[in-house]
Design a protein. Structure first.
Length: 260
């Protein structure tokens, strides 16, 4: 149960009933005994953090609008950098429009790509499918430690290897290039980056967490804010390709606040 769920339960048992039923839902398993992660999952991604506000005169504000209706937004989740690279990160943040790789249709990298939209699982491997702002992507995660790519070159999404710790799927990824960011705001990394993701199914949800470790630039391992995935009955369609057409028309290259 999430912190919000626990707080809700503290104020009324009636609010807890659906959550307790969800937690009590048996976890389906594959013939090998491991939890079945197959399916299309709503992962809270996309651009839901953009919350336009309508003014009294009918105008629409999309950024720096001040407090709006609904719950307060949490602070953006960002890594902490070593002192010697903070100036570089600040410069890229200030010039994000010019330098953000995602805005030029490059793969977002890991963990920036977030949890998968669809999971295809067998006893040999797990495949993650993504519909990202910069296009469709996939990651193949072998579960056999002896299975390795023939081409061991550095790549945008790295070289993933999975294993089970009880009912939790653990995905360790290395061998990245340095042409991606960890998240927004100039969050660079080096080729020494290591990312560990954990997926645990509870009922019809998956608890997703990730930790990025890159001692060359990070002051400490960056633990991303955990995410909750919910199973859907919607089939995964072909995502739209990323076709960059706007950069030559950009008029304002200053930093644009991104609250996610």
């Amino acid at each position: 149960m999430t912190i919000r769920s626990i707080l809700a339960c503290a104020f009324g048992a009636a609010l807890c009933a659906p959550l307790l039923l969800l937690a009590a839902t048996p976890v389906p398993r594959l013939p090998d005994g491991h939890p079945d992660l197959n399916g299309v999952w709503e992962n809270g991604g996309g651009i839901d953090f953009v919350q336009p506000q309508k003014g009294p005169n009918g105008s629409i504000c999309v950024r720096e609008c001040g407090p709006g209706p609904g719950p307060a937004r949490t602070a953006p989740d960002r890594p902490h950098y070593r002192a010697e690279v903070q100036a570089r990160v600040a410069e890229l943040k200030d010039k994000q429009v010019q330098f953000d790789p995602v805005l030029r249709c490059k793969p977002p990298g890991v963990p920036r790509i977030g949890p998968p939209d669809k999971i295809v699982q067998t006893s040999r491997e797990v495949v993650f499918l993504y519909e990202d702002v910069s296009g469709p992507f996939y990651r193949v995660v072998p579960l056999d430690p002896k299975v390795r790519r023939n081409d061991d070159s550095e790549s945008y999404l790295g070289d993933a290897q999975g294993h089970w710790e009880g009912d939790t799927l653990v995905v360790e990824t290395r061998n990245f290039n340095d042409d991606t960011w960890l998240t927004d705001d100039g969050s660079i990394h080096t080729t020494a980056l290591r990312v560990t993701e954990r997926l645990q199914r509870v009922g019809n949800r998956i608890h997703y967490s990730a930790v990025a470790d890159d001692p060359a630039v990070l002051a400490e391992p960056w633990k991303l804010r955990p995410r909750m995935l919910t199973l859907t009955g919607v089939e995964y369609g072909e995502p739209a390709p990323c076709i960059e057409q706007d950069m030559p028309l950009m008029q304002d290259g200053s930093y644009h606040t991104n609250p996610r």
